[in-house]
Write a new protein. Structure first.
Length: 270
């Protein structure tokens, strides 16, 4: 919502973010959410200059640049001010690490018996899926689809921990990670499942290059990155008054009462 502003300041990113958070709280019937941010230039780029380099090379118009500045300004306000004011206590951001690393660290170190749902469309996170008990699933907000450990194993025919090998062999175009030439996701999976004939070129290429390619790509695709902090989750403290205060600060009347926070406040009043 690029055009949304209040008292001269852009608010469209914050509006969309808080609206989605409100929807997720309703959808999953929870008040507890962890937020993880990318730091920016990370440790992976220090070991591989090509990592995500294609994203930086794209041409940007003046409008694109202005939106980028507004976007980061609003995200920083959410991370540093508004989420805490609303009552969220698990807001994470750490030098050198990507949000994927922080999410992976959290789900791999959940308190015993706890389960979690990762809200992301990034397929790199498939490697974090876990079965019950302590189930870790993944919800795509764009497709409104849930990926579970069982669904993944049925669809791909491998267990989620092998997704690291798939990405290391096939590469990752979105992160500019080069894999074995001529080997894509499907071919890498077939190789791991033992379904490639030893005489086909793809099998020969993987056999010859897999060790070297895995050694090169594993640090780029495996989650979490070595040294990622472990977090002890804090219990959120839902603050309906804080939600209303943020809505007033930002002039977001349509979100003021139409949210789980507004309903919590009305229950407290009753």
């Amino acid at each position: 919502m690029k055009g949304l502003a209040y008292e001269g300041a852009a608010t469209g990113v914050i509006f969309g973010f808080l609206k989605e958070i409100s929807h997720l709280m309703d959808h999953f019937q929870t008040k507890y959410i962890c937020f993880c941010w990318d730091y920016g230039k990370g440790l992976r780029e220090s070991i591989c200059s090509e990592y995500k380099a294609d994203r930086k090379d794209r041409d940007m118009t003046e409008e694109d640049i202005a939106f980028e500045v507004e976007f980061h300004f609003q995200m920083e306000a959410l991370r540093k001010q508004y989420l805490h004011k609303i009552g969220f206590r698990n807001v994470y951001y750490h030098y050198g690490y990507e949000s994927d690393d922080l999410i992976a660290s959290i789900v791999f170190n959940l308190p015993k018996g706890d389960s979690a749902i990762m809200v992301t469309a990034d397929q790199d996170m498939y490697q974090c899926l876990r079965p019950a008990p302590g189930q870790v699933s993944m919800f795509s907000p764009a497709k409104k689809e849930m990926m579970t450990f069982d669904k993944f194993t049925k669809e791909y025919g491998i267990v989620p921990v092998l997704w690291v090998y798939v990405k290391a062999l096939a590469g990752c175009s979105s992160d500019n990670v080069k894999g074995i030439k001529g080997v894509g996701i499907k071919t890498a999976i077939k190789y791991l499942r033992g379904e490639l004939k030893p005489t086909v070129k793809a099998f020969i290429h993987i056999k010859e290059q897999s060790k070297e390619m895995y050694k090169k790509n594993e640090p780029l695709v495996k989650l979490p990155y070595e040294g990622t902090p472990k977090y002890k989750l804090k219990k959120d403290k839902p603050n309906p008054e804080g939600w209303l205060e943020v809505m007033d600060i930002l002039g977001m009347k349509s979100l003021k009462e139409k949210s789980p926070w507004g309903r919590i406040r009305r229950k407290l009043e009753v």
